[in-house]
Design a protein. Structure first.
Length: 320
């Protein structure tokens, strides 16, 4: 089936049996109280909003099978382009899975392959041989190494792409490396501090390999990636304690549990606090750049980015 090419459509332009990737499905309510469906779709490069009114032929099918569609989001659509208030969206009438030629992975955004090599290099430069042995233990367990390399860092925000988790971790390690260069006192605050902080960054989000599957939340994602990460490290308790100490092991757990800072459990160690700062700096910076990139590839560009302003959840609009 021919893939939809997102462009500047004319009003009421027909779209007949075009393959797209459905990124999100949400329920909405009209002014008259009727339920409709809305969300975002992509052709792999550009994104566009869509709506599915309750009078559409496929409305009930999509409404009742949202979870299944999000697991298999490459689908054919038919409908029309609609321009309202200078914004273009697609009004979908029908969906089907007939003669689908591409898979979900064909539509996923990806980080550059070079990030994998840089990730390995920054670890090699900064970890002791003991630290490297712990990395090998983690990545050789089950399918963890492969999943870490391929998973997203987030479903929608910062590094929501293949290799995103690795890339987010890599950028945090590069920031940490700069901090060690900037102030030599950092290396003196406790034994094995460099191994602790680089390993802490490595595993702070590693639970996302269980929380998500290529950016789609899994059945048990309500547990959260911090809990999954703690469970994973607990399986290596004896090896970590033997290599370092009991205190080092619990310091790693404290980093995983406290890296979200004031948004959840507050950091209770210096290492956890510093890694929280690094995580916030990296994720917020990447979030802004990702928003700019999405704006550039949107058919309804506004030149503005929406950014979280406070921990209370307030937002304000910023522009270039």
């Amino acid at each position: 089936m021919e893939k939809l090419e997102i462009k500047e459509f004319s009003d009421n332009e027909e779209i007949i049996n075009k393959e797209v990737y459905i990124k999100t499905i949400e329920e909405g309510t009209t002014k008259t109280g009727n339920t409709f469906l809305k969300g975002e779709l992509t052709d792999g490069v550009k994104t566009m909003q869509y709506k599915l009114w309750n009078t559409a032929e496929s409305f009930n099918y999509v409404l009742n099978n949202k979870d299944e569609i999000m697991q298999n989001p490459v689908i054919n659509i038919s409908g029309k382009a609609n321009i309202f208030n200078n914004s273009c969206s697609i009004i979908i009438e029908n969906v089907n899975y007939i003669d689908i030629e591409r898979t979900r992975e064909d539509y996923l955004p990806r980080c550059k392959e070079e990030v994998i090599a840089d990730f390995k290099e920054v670890l090699a430069r900064n970890l002791t041989e003991t630290g490297k042995s712990i990395v090998n233990l983690i990545f050789q367990k089950d399918n963890i190494g492969t999943r870490f390399i391929e998973e997203f860092a987030g479903a929608k925000m910062h590094d929501a792409r293949v290799h995103g988790l690795l890339n987010h971790t890599r950028k945090m390690m590069n920031i940490l490396e700069t901090l060690f260069k900037n102030d030599e006192r950092l290396e003196t605050i406790r034994p094995h501090i460099k191994d602790l902080m680089f390993l802490g960054i490595l595993v702070h989000d590693i639970g996302k390999i269980y929380e998500m599957n290529f950016g789609v939340y899994t059945e048990y994602s309500y547990v959260g990636h911090k809990t999954f990460g703690v469970e994973l490290i607990k399986e290596l308790e004896n090896e970590i304690v033997e290599a370092y100490s009991k205190d080092f092991y619990y310091q790693i757990l404290a980093i995983i549990e406290g890296h979200h800072g004031e948004f959840e459990q507050l950091p209770r160690t210096i290492a956890a606090q510093l890694i929280h700062y690094i995580d916030m700096l990296e994720s917020q910076t990447t979030g802004i750049l990702d928003s700019l990139e999405r704006e550039e590839h949107s058919v309804n560009a506004t030149g503005k980015i929406l950014k979280r302003a406070t921990s209370a959840g307030k937002f304000y609009t910023i522009t270039l």
